[in-house]
Design a binder for this molecule. Structure first.
Ligand code: AHR
Length: 492
């Protein structure tokens, strides 16, 4: 059966926020130490930042980085990580049961973000920390008045304020694994009080509420209570999820079809969150929509590897990462930030050794979407071949999204072929205007869905680019089995 994709460049969903290409870096395993930061390494710059990692992250166009956790932040004291290195204290760390040397902290992180060209996003400790500590951190980073905390920052070598715009209050407070787990009511109250003093300290900051990570029967109540308690203090409702090709954590199934149906779960979580936020906007007569930040998302199999959380990703995982961006684009009206968790070594698209790095299979869809997406998401119609799983009937084999770059009049159409064996003949029809004479096709694929990039086999999964002739209103492509294709082409 052939497939049909219909696109009207004027059928717009919403602008695409560059913060959809965000990341997350936690003091966990080798994300910071040995990942981002490795003083003494031949690849490190004068500040100890790994330049090869920086270059790979630049390829991903990481726009915003959340830090320092994660579960880690719920026991973190930011003061431990500032000031002269010799005075910094190593601490027992209870989230991941490690020792935190604190040689990398706020100032090193902000400097790293500025080198990367990304906005820093700090999460404050709402686990065993208090609102005084949170508000002091805002003042230390952003303060401009002649106060003790501003003088402290200046003494630490940072005369100008860091102007940290994004601040999250707590992390996964809905999970019993969290230091300082909170009931929906407890967190709604905590959020409100933290948010008040943080905004009073610097009214220009934008705050993210730690909405949902557990997706248990209380999740709707959590979002509802937050909205009722702090409707004017929430700038983003943050949600988290991790997915994998497994019914149970920690091992991979070979049920490729069920894994590919993960798109339905992403839709449920995004449209569910969007729905409750809209309902609360209407109920509370709010003037603005509260956007969603998916500030931790990824594929994760819980390979703990001595507490390092290091995963090897395969082509199937890369298709799932591509489907995430399709979902974010289709929900561009409400999703305004998304942070892959994490950026280096820990559940990450980039893996380092002291000698170099490898780009995992999941690196390639992230880079492809980040480098080709236009500024506006389009509402695409598509139909064609279907597949079924024990859970779902008649899902479309293709998973699709599209964007347009309005200034360059350039269309980008993203097509994930979720068939294990079949090439999908697909006609892309432009309902208004016509295609330029030629465009580019970028295809991510590998020899089979378990193909993975490792230090021994770094190029199993990669991107091929070729030109494609067009000109009229339709264009027919043969989409390879288990592949991601991006068609990038001008429209007139
Ligand atoms: O990213 C790893 C962990 O996953 C984070 O610390 C936590 O927030 C989530 O459970």
């Amino acid at each position: 059966m052939s497939n049909r994709v219909s696109i009207d460049p004027l059928r717009v969903i919403a602008p695409i926020d560059p913060n959809l290409f965000g990341g997350f870096a936690e003091h966990l395993g080798r994300c910071i130490y040995g990942g981002i930061y490795e003083p003494g390494s031949p690849m490190a710059d004068a500040d100890g930042v790994r330049t090869d990692v920086l270059a790979a992250l630049r390829r991903l166009r990481i726009s915003v980085v959340r830090y320092p956790g994660g579960n880690f932040v719920s026991g973190y004291r930011w003061r431990d990580g500032v000031g002269p290195e010799e005075e910094r204290k190593a601490r027992m760390e209870l989230a991941w049961h490690d020792v935190e040397p604190n040689t990398f902290g706020t100032n090193e992180f902000v400097a790293f973000c500025r080198k990367l060209g990304a906005e820093p996003y700090l999460a404050v400790n709402a686990g065993d920390g208090d609102m005084r500590e949170a508000r002091d951190w805002v003042e230390y980073c952003n303060g401009t008045k002649d106060t003790a905390l501003v003088k402290l920052r200046k003494r630490h070598g940072f005369e100008a304020p860091h102007v940290v715009r994004y601040w999250g209050i707590g992390n996964e407070v809905d999970g019993p694994w969290q230091i300082g787990f909170k009931t929906p009511e407890e967190y709604a109250r905590t959020y409100t009080e933290f948010a008040k003093v943080m905004k009073w300290t610097d009214p220009s900051i934008e705050l993210l509420a730690a909405g949902v990570s557990l997706w248990d029967r209380h999740w709707v109540e959590r979002v509802q209570l937050l909205m009722e308690h702090a409707p004017t203090l929430i700038d983003y409702m943050a949600i988290h999820w991790y997915v994998g090709n497994s019914r149970e954590r920690g091992y991979r199934d070979d049920d490729f079809a069920s894994y590919m149906a993960i798109s339905e779960k992403l839709e449920d979580m995004l449209s569910g969150t969007r729905g409750i936020l809209r309902a609360m906007r209407s109920a509370l007569k709010l003037e603005r929509d509260i956007p969603i930040a998916v500030d931790e998302w990824n594929v994760w199999y819980r390979v703990f590897n001595e507490g390092k959380l290091e995963e090897t990703y395969d082509l199937a995982d890369a298709l799932v990462v591509a489907m995430h961006f399709n979902a974010f684009f289709r929900h561009a009206a409400s999703v305004k930030m998304a942070n892959i968790a994490q950026i280096v070594n820990v559940i990450a698209p980039i893996m380092t050794t002291p000698e170099g790095l490898v780009l995992q299979a999941t690196f390639h869809p992230f880079e492809l979407y980040a480098s080709t997406a236009g500024d506006t998401a389009l509402d695409v119609f598509w139909d064609g071949a279907t597949f079924s799983t024990p859970e779902f009937d008649a899902l479309r084999v293709l998973d699709v999204s599209a964007t347009v770059d309005r200034a360059r009049k350039q269309l980008a159409v993203y097509l994930v072929n979720r068939s294990l064996e079949e090439t999908q003949s697909t006609t892309i029809e432009l309902q208004r205007g016509h295609f330029a004479d030629a465009g580019e096709l970028h295809v991510i694929n590998g020899p089979h869905v378990e193909a993975a990039n490792t230090f021994e086999t770094p190029h199993e999964v990669g991107v091929r680019t070729q030109s494609v002739s067009a000109g009229g209103r339709t264009l027919t492509l043969d989409l390879e089995p288990h592949s991601v294709t991006a068609l990038v082409i001008g429209v007139a």
